[in-house]
Design a protein around this ligand. Structure first.
Ligand code: UD1
Ligand code: CA
Length: 496
């Protein structure tokens, strides 16, 4: 195959059946736009030039193309007069196409694979045809252009649904829409395409007949995996293609050595990277650019978007976004990792813990019921249950720094900005407003005072008072017996 290849991607259509303010080709499938999937496949052929035809909502579609493929050329088709017109616009925008092969594809076929395009282009070039059709044999051909063959089986035309005779409508070989052209032939044929047909459109498919009329060769190659050329026209089809792509992605990862306990409830985006011996438990979504290291176990019921999970880590019932979890670390159950969370090797972010913009060094642990925001927690430090890093004073956010091997008590509040030194400690219920030097113990609550009998006086007649009274009565009886046993002294009174 030469790399004298031009690819034209048609993406000017409205996609009205999506009923969306988002252009059809920008709707995502497995974390990538439909158009992104097509451009990804196209890119693997290393074409000389890629031309994207944009029209409807080109202010959104155009920049998306340029972001994914900066070298692509945008051709603007103001009015969608048909696929033949769209290709003519592309060729004009490119200032002609010279020689070589021109491949035409659509922007809404997310399952398309580069390998299929490559094989198709190679066959087209080897056969030295003017036009090649990537066709498909489908059970329900309604709506597609049909590949019409003569008695010898040679392709003679593509006839659109609306222009087809009842006999032609019985044909199950359809035009996928992907066509390959000899560039010189295409340049000659485009101006000859008319719009005298049922839709009044310029049909690119008329090139087949034009080639035949000129005595040139045409051919059709059925692609067995017809889903690769299937487009999504509405959201129901979008969901179907999404499920199918997810199934294919999971199959690929399972073949690479990833265990997926329940593929039906597991979703993995196209750009996710999984190492060997990763295990994914049911109800898990791995999204965006998430990367998971060897032997890590994710799930059940976990969603990770753009996260990096280290080898051997365990992440249970967790929602994470833009977080980094170190090797052999533990997260969850019921953790919320917000952007900027960095958990070090062997660390722990435990149950009902929310973290944000915080670094926990190796071996640091926040096991229970805490909020850790804008914090630095040193190596080997343990944060007590029910701790709040009070990072927000109502106006600005501030940071808390806790040193190495510190032990902070339960139910602490760190009022940022504040620093706790290496090896320091805090008592339960401490509100840490001032820095704690290394090795000191901070306590902020006053000494405890028990107000004798308060409940009996102030809550008389309640269940609380009755419960207290019952204990105090039995204490009296016991001490009476005791005292009696020792012989004599009357018990001290219960009043204060
Ligand atoms: C087209 C083919 C048909 C094929 C089918 C496969 C023609 C005449 N018909 O029909 O043989 O079986 O695709 O799905 O080619 N587009 C533009 N500008 C236009 C018109 C279309 O960019 O002026 C784009 C659309 O956005 C879409 C693609 O080209 O991505 C196909 O257009 P569509 O109108 O859907 O063609 P079909 O009628 O489905
Ligand atoms: Ca279509």
């Amino acid at each position: 195959m030469t790399n004298n290849l031009t690819v034209i991607v048609l993406a000017a259509g409205g996609g009205t059946r999506m009923r969306s303010k988002t252009p059809k080709v920008l709707h995502p499938v497995c974390g990538r736009s439909m158009l992104g999937h097509v451009l990804h496949a196209v890119q693997t052929l290393e074409p000389r030039q890629v031309v994207a035809v944009v029209g409807h909502q080109r202010e959104l579609v155009g920049p998306h193309v340029k972001e994914l493929l900066p070298d692509a050329l945008l051709a603007v088709q103001e009015d969608q007069l048909g696929t033949g017109h769209a290709v003519r616009v592309a060729v004009e925008a490119a200032g002609g196409i010279g020689s070589g092969t021109v491949l035409v594809a659509y922007g809404d076929t997310p399952l398309l694979e580069g390998e299929s395009l490559r094989a198709f282009a190679a066959e087209h070039e080897a056969a030295e045809r003017a036009v090649s059709i990537l066709s498909g044999i489908v059970p329900a051909p309604f709506g597609y252009g049909r590949v019409v063959r003569d008695a010898d089986g040679d392709v003679v035309a593509i006839v659109e649904e609306k222009d087809a005779t009842p006999e032609q409508r019985e044909i199950h070989e359809i035009n996928s829409g992907i066509l390959a052209f000899d560039a010189a032939f295409l340049a000659e044929a485009l101006p000859q395409i008319g719009n005298d047909n049922a839709k009044g459109e310029y049909y690119l498919t008329d090139c087949v007949q034009l080639a035949r009329d000129a005595g040139l060769t045409v051919g059709a190659y059925p692609l067995e995996d017809v889903l690769q050329t299937e487009g999504a026209n509405d959201r129901a089809q979008l969901a179907d293609l999404g499920r199918e792509m997810n199934r294919r992605i999971l199959t690929r990862w399972m073949r690479e050595g990833v265990s997926v306990m329940d593929p039906a409830t597991t979703w993995v985006d196209a750009d996710v990277e999984l190492a060997q011996d990763v295990t994914i438990l049911p109800g898990t979504q791995l999204l965006g650019a998430t990367v998971v290291g060897e032997d890590a176990v994710i799930g059940p019921d976990t969603t990770l978007q753009d996260c990096e999970i280290g080898a051997g880590a365990r992440v249970v019932r967790t929602h994470g976004q833009l977080a980094v979890v170190g090797q052999d670390a533990n997260v969850g159950p019921f953790a919320y990792l917000r952007p900027g969370t960095h958990l070090g090797e062997g660390g722990k972010i435990g149950t009902f813990v929310e973290t944000k913009n915080s670094t926990l060094a190796a071996g640091a642990k926040v096991p229970h019921l805490s909020y850790v925001g804008d914090a630095e927690v040193g190596e080997g430090t343990n944060i007590g249950a029910g701790t709040i890093f009070a990072n927000y004073d109502g106006v600005a956010k501030h940071r808390t720094t806790i040193g190495r091997h510190a032990r902070t008590g339960s139910n602490n509040t760190f009022v940022a900005p504040v620093t706790v030194g290496d090896g320091a400690g805090t008592g339960a219920g401490t509100v840490v407003r001032e820095d704690v030097p290394a090795g000191d113990l901070a306590v902020s609550a006053g000494p405890q005072r028990n107000v004798e009998g308060w409940v009996l006086r102030r809550r008389a007649g309640t269940a609380q008072a009755a419960a207290a009274e019952a204990v105090r009565d039995s204490a009296h009886t016991a001490s009476d017996a005791d005292v009696d046993g020792v012989g004599g002294t009357p018990p001290p009174g219960g009043e204060s």
